[in-house]
Design a protein around this ligand. Structure first.
Ligand SMILES: Cc1cc2nc3c(=O)[nH]c(=O)nc-3n(C[C@H](O)[C@H](O)[C@H](O)COP(=O)(O)OP(=O)(O)OC[C@H]3O[C@@H](n4cnc5c(N)ncnc54)[C@H](O)[C@@H]3O)c2cc1C
Length: 460
């Protein structure tokens, strides 16, 4: 079987590559190989009642399948070069923003219309943050919400399914070089193509490492972000979330001069657990529909760690911390802030008496037995700093779930076309280590599709 373009991975990077390719040239033969299920079959068995924690499905429906890791996400598309990836280093700052706006336009066309775009432009919170040693980063954020995000994906699939060949539940095992392109090898069959776009995301990180090793594609180690997810009554943060929805705030700690930052804010949302390669960590969602809202807001507080010499395995370090928390808590652990600062573990009784009702069933425990002192001290400092702009953040009953770890793929050496050392092989999205967000990953897909369309110009 021979295709013009094969895309490995149907996350936002892969979907937007496919979209742009067939929009630009309907004659192109494009195939998408996806390890996970089609959208309708994606279902996480955790229902909070019969199945309370991760059962380790062979293909994790939260991370894999049409829509990628983003399918059940909060659908926050941040339009910014300040965070979410370093795409701008390859394509330029203006082009990166234009691509993200283009993706936003498509999302609006395919079901996102009517959702709100928030912006930090002109907000008085910038000054309030600076007055309290906090830095509010600039961004516009489109909040689709988990429910609308799903509808957009359904519509995009509807638009693509007759123009692109989708192979679901078909993990690509290897990629080989051929005389005029690439051979994509799956368990039962092999497929050839002229151009190959690899967009395997976080869940494909180990696979990506292996492919880079086999094909001798140079890589660099990336950072890992470690911290906790904070859950508190939504009213404490509502002045910020009503205006900005998601505020990315950075705090430089006094003790170690480390940066601690807020990440993935979910007003009126829920805390969820997630399983990456068998390690259970914590994350959050929120919904656009009022009926699914909770009374809580959650967000992560993260500290970045990057190891280089002699120990290079930043992700391995993060994994070990997550494993330790899994060992002590049997999964995700929860602790009241008041218990943490008093140096005692939380127990079921104290959590029950707490004014904040947890939205995730987690094991009460002691995060100080899991997180390194330097990271924990930074988080505690930041909670007190946030308390100045959102009084109540440092209340005893504020819940901290651990651990939240943001793993980043190693950075693949790419040129300005996002092509690796082999011409015609593009590595994009989170799998490349260049992006780590929906907007940047999607934008990288559009970018390489346009590069490929230029090369196929004239094919009718
Ligand atoms: C719970 C959760 C919430 C999130 N919320 C947000 C948010 O609100 N805003 C935001 O910007 N980002 C969010 N993110 C991050 C965002 O989802 C990712 O940055 C984005 O999905 C990356 O897109 P991608 O296409 O690069 O990779 P992915 O979305 O990870 O897609 C990669 C796809 O490749 C497939 N694959 C992997 N290996 C193979 C293989 N060998 N063969 C075939 N297929 C393979 C995988 O199954 C997967 O479907 C969230 C992530 C999670 C898990």
């Amino acid at each position: 079987m021979k295709y013009d373009v094969i895309i490995v991975g149907a996350g936002p990077g892969g979907i937007f590559s496919a979209y742009e390719l067939v929009k630009g040239n309907e004659k192109l033969r494009v195939a998408v190989f996806e390890a996970g299920h089609c959208l309708e079959k994606r279902h996480c068995p955790i229902d909070g009642e019969k199945v309370k924690s991760c059962v380790g499905c062979s293909s994790c429906s939260i991370m894999s399948g049409f829509g990628g890791a983003g399918a059940f996400s909060d659908g926050k598309y941040n339009i910014t070069n300040d965070f979410g990836g370093t795409l701008y280093e390859y394509v330029g700052k203006k082009e990166a923003i234009d691509l993200m706006k283009y993706v936003d336009g498509i999302n609006m066309e395919y079901g996102g219309e009517g959702t709100k775009m928030y912006s930090t432009a002109g907000t008085h919170f910038k000054k309030l943050c600076l007055q309290n040693k906090l830095n509010l980063l600039d961004a516009s954020v489109r909040h689709l919400g988990t429910d609308v995000n799903f509808i957009v994906l359904q519509n995009l699939y509807g638009a693509l399914k007759d123009k692109v060949e989708f192979y679901f539940d078909t993990p690509v095992e290897r990629i080989e070089l051929t005389e005029d392109g690439y051979r994509v090898i799956c368990r039962e069959q092999e497929y050839d193509c002229t151009k190959c776009i690899v967009s395997v995301g976080r869940s494909g990180s180990k696979w990506m490492e292996r492919v880079c090793r086999e094909l001798e594609i140079p890589t660099r180690s990336n950072r890992v972000d470690i911290g906790v997810r904070v859950e508190l009554p939504a009213v404490i943060f509502s002045h910020l979330t009503d205006e900005l929805y998601e505020s990315k705030i950075v705090y430089r700690t006094e003790k170690f001069e480390d940066n601690v930052r807020t990440f993935c804010m979910n007003p009126y949302g829920i805390v969820v657990s997630e399983n990456t390669n068998g390690i259970v960590t914590v994350n959050g969602h929120s919904y656009e529909g009022a009926d699914k809202r909770t009374e809580n807001t959650n967000f992560a507080l993260l500290v970045a760690k990057h190891f280089s010499e002699p120990f290079k395995d930043s992700n391995g370090y993060g994994e070990s911390i997550a494993r330790l928390s899994n060992m002590l808590g049997g999964g995700v652990m929860v602790q009241r802030f008041g218990d943490l600062v008093r140096g005692r573990r939380s127990n079921a009784k104290r959590i029950q008496k707490s004014m904040v009702t947890p939205t995730l069933s987690a094991t009460p425990g002691d995060l100080s037995l899991v997180l390194p002192k330097r990271i924990l001290d930074g988080i505690i400092e930041m909670i007190y700093a946030l308390d100045k702009i959102a009084p109540g953040t440092a209340n005893d009953d504020t819940l901290l779930y651990g651990v939240e770890v943001k793993f980043y793929n190693m950075e693949v050496e790419l040129d300005e076309n996002l092509e690796c050392r082999y011409k015609g092989m593009y590595i994009i999205g989170d799998g490349s280590g260049v992006t780590h967000s929906l907007s940047h990953a999607s934008a990288s897909g559009v970018y390489v599709a346009r590069k490929i369309l230029d090369l196929f110009q004239g094919i009718q």
